[in-house]
Design a protein around this ligand. Structure first.
Ligand code: ATP
Ligand code: MG
Length: 697
């Protein structure tokens, strides 16, 4: 069998259709685990083996540096080295660095890694008083504006249309001024930011036909993975790379769109066939990743979404043999949950599941703390967020220096694995893992990963020597592609995109976390949260454990309820009885008067973000109101607002509405005690609100 045939033989008929459509526009609309990424890499490999592509003329764009590194090594395994697999950012940066001297002159300005300081200075110039949390929100808003290619003049209208609210507590007109001030400060510093890399590259390609020609001569075939999360700015760049050509293959799953809050949009994916009328559209539905039990849960999750939110949804068809049913567990608090997860991980490891095949996923990075402690106590190694920072670790840097030294003296007389182990031993590595946990264990695990990498390299390329290993490490470091470290992965749901593990624990599945509290007022944001959970569920090949906690801390009030997304999917329990729900809702009521909330109404913690302050609750605390009550209030508000032709917040802000739902005032006097209900509003809406609450005026 020729190499090319072998590449195609491992695909199903639809995947093969993707892999053999080597030219022209191709669009793959497919669900999670159906082999989109596999079809993409095999398509490139087939194109190269068939002599249709020159490897260096292919540009494969992926979503994260890790995914890009993964794609490069998959391609190498398929016998195709030398293909550029990069993120949009990395690809643009390379072009910008190359063409800057000729297009602009001089050296490329330095790139600021964090916007916070520039945003704070810009705010200072405008005499805005903003705290750290507001600066963070505003920095995110600057990014949103820039990936949407908005300028200060166009920002306010676009932000209102997109329902961006008041980032950092500022209204759109003020944010627009801040955008300008931010750009001014940045220019004065002679710096550019992350988005400027794309904006400037697009600008140069747009204005300089000679540069555009040269880039287009270099790259002739384009593929984009995870295309559902492309932003307007990335799309613009892609268009410029393509020019008039159509050799573009995109793959994506609209049900996995999880970055719309940051300005991405699945419309580019969904509109692709319209934009390229001759496009070949291929749908993949066979799920090769997960057991039928996991697939059923994933399908069930989307079945319960509103129709409008599941455009282009793909019903997955499981291909793997059956496995254990997903488990659903309620724990008393986060510490108990972490201990339960650690015990579950231990059982899997004892049953022979490798630690690298286990992941614990959560909604916010702040949730990792109790999990880290529980795993450490259980003597289980872990790595945070897939180990992106691997190459920055001190022990890794030291080992690389030692390996570089050893590369010079490698005369080929000692087997690669042995030689590398000898070198690593001088950096503190030992054959057996240390008894200690925490940092000591993590250091050992990093060095162990380097030893395994040497073994993998020796197996893949017999005859490979230390200089090859060093070259491999350099390449991986440049791509931030960490080798597999022995240990359980702890990652946010966002960071888990595109990846897979034998066993996945999804923790913290309570209202207020999934969906996150600040999404609760916006049906679109709630649907994005549902997709995020869908991404989490579909990461599991075989074992899937879902859990939530009744209280955040041991001894804390048990006010949390399981995520609404699990309704109808988890086995019914006593917690579902309406009486129990009502009792919890009543326990969570609090009728305190608050101005713009600084502390959480649920747990008293300081509120970190503007979104949290807006609703007066931290991301970790579920709302203390009855959802049905809040929903009727919201419906009343939107009807009232549209009748009066004013935005909803003019009637009552979200924070006020939440406070009303929580305290359920019995009469006008108590209603008047709620922040945001002044005399005018009391007179205008008082009776109507009491009627919504109690069915009377
Ligand atoms: P995601 O939406 O999560 O990015 P994906 O559609 O990109 O998923 P892949 O990661 O390419 O899916 O594939 C999922 C798993 O199924 C991988 O382990 C892959 O090797 C396996 N797989 C895909 N296609 C086949 C096939 N035809 N035969 C056997 N295994 C396959
Ligand atoms: Mg994929």
């Amino acid at each position: 069998m020729s190499l090319s045939d072998a590449v195609l033989a491992s695909l199903d008929p639809e995947q093969r259709e993707v892999a053999t459509a080597l030219t022209g526009p191709v669009c793959v609309l497919a669900g999670a685990g159906t082999g989109k990424t596999r079809a993409l890499t095999h398509r490139i490999a087939h194109g190269v083996h068939a002599g249709v592509y020159q490897p260096q003329q292919v540009l494969a764009v992926t979503f994260t540096a890790r995914a890009a590194g993964e794609m490069r090594s998959r391609l190498r395994d398929l016998g195709v080295p030398g293909v550029q697999a990069r993120t949009f950012h990395a690809a643009a940066l390379r072009q910008l660095q190359y063409f800057w001297p000729q297009a602009v002159g001089g050296a490329l300005p330095s790139i600021v890694e964090h916007k916070a300081r520039l945003v704070a200075e810009a705010a200072g110039r405008l005499r805005l008083s903003v705290d750290r949390a507001a600066v963070r929100d505003l920095a995110a808003e600057v990014e949103w504006a820039k990936v949407g290619m908005l300028v200060p003049e166009s920002y306010a209208a676009a932000a209102r249309a997109a329902g961006r609210g008041t980032p950092g507590g500022l209204d759109a007109a003020v944010v627009a001024r801040l955008l300008q001030a931010y750009e001014d400060v940045k220019t004065e510093r002679g710096a550019i930011d992350f988005e400027d890399v794309l904006l400037l590259t697009a600008g140069i390609l747009d204005e300089r036909p000679d540069v555009a020609d040269s880039v287009r001569r270099q790259y002739r075939h384009f593929v984009v993975d995870e295309y559902q999360d492309v932003s307007a700015l990335q799309q613009r760049l892609l268009d410029l790379w393509l020019g008039e050509r159509t050799d573009l293959c995109v793959v994506g799953d609209a049900s996995q769109t999880i970055y719309s809050f940051a300005g991405a949009s699945p419309r580019h994916l969904l509109d692709f066939p319209r934009r390229f009328p001759g496009a070949r559209v291929v749908r993949l539905v066979r799920d090769y990743r997960s057991t039928p039990q996991v697939v059923a849960l994933a399908n069930g999750l989307l079945d319960r979404a509103p129709k409008a939110a599941t455009r282009a949804r793909v019903e997955l068809v499981a291909q793997r043999p059956p496995g254990p049913p997903p488990s659903f567990t309620a724990y008393d608090d986060d510490v108990a949950e972490a201990a339960g997860v650690a015990a579950g991980v231990r059982r899997l490891l004892d049953a022979g599941v490798p630690a690298g095949e286990v992941a614990v996923l959560y909604r916010t990075n702040g949730q990792s703390e109790p999990l880290e402690q529980a795993l450490t106590q259980a003597g289980i190694g872990y790595l945070l967020r897939g180990g992106e920072r691997f190459f920055a670790r001190q022990e890794v840097r030291q080992a690389v220096v030692l390996l570089r030294g050893a590369a010079r003296g490698d005369d080929g007389s000692t087997p690669l694995g042995q030689l590398v182990r000898d070198v690593l031993a001088s950096a503190g590595w030992s054959e057996e893992p240390p008894a200690a946990t925490g940092a000591v264990r993590e250091r050992w695990a990093s060095l162990q990963a380097l030893a395994h990498l040497a073994d993998d390299l020796a197996a893949a390329r017999p005859g490979a020597r230390v200089p090859d290993l060093v070259a491999e490490l350099d390449e991986r470091a440049a791509a931030q592609h960490a080798p597999v470290v022995e240990g359980v992965t702890l990652a946010s749901l966002h960071a888990a995109k595109g990846l897979e593990w034998d066993a996945v624990f999804l923790v913290g599945l309570a209202e207020g976390l999934v969906p996150i509290s600040f999404a609760a007022d916006d049906p679109e944001a709630v649907e994005e949260e549902r997709r995020l959970l869908y991404v989490g569920v579909t990461r599991a090949r075989q074992h899937l454990a879902l859990s939530w906690t009744r209280a955040r801390t041991p001894g804390g009030r048990a006010t949390r309820t399981p995520s609404r997304f699990l309704d109808g999917l988890r086995p019914a329990s006593a917690e579902d009885r309406p009486a129990a729900r009502a009792a919890r809702a009543a326990g969570g009521r609090s009728a305190r008067k608050e101005a713009l909330a600084r502390t959480c109404r649920g747990c008293g913690a300081a509120l970190a973000t503007a979104a949290e302050r807006k609703v007066g609750r931290c991301a970790d605390c579920p709302p203390g109101y009855d959802e049905a009550v809040f929903d009727s209030l919201r419906q009343w508000r939107s009807a009232t607002a549209s009748e009066a032709k004013v935005p909803a917040y003019v009637v009552f802000t979200d924070a006020t509405l939440v406070a009303i739902a929580e305290s359920r005032p019995a009469d006008t006097a108590s209603l008047a005690g709620i922040a945001g209900v002044g005399p005018a509003k009391l007179e205008r809406y008082g009776e109507a609100v009491l009627e919504v609450l109690h069915g009377r005026g």
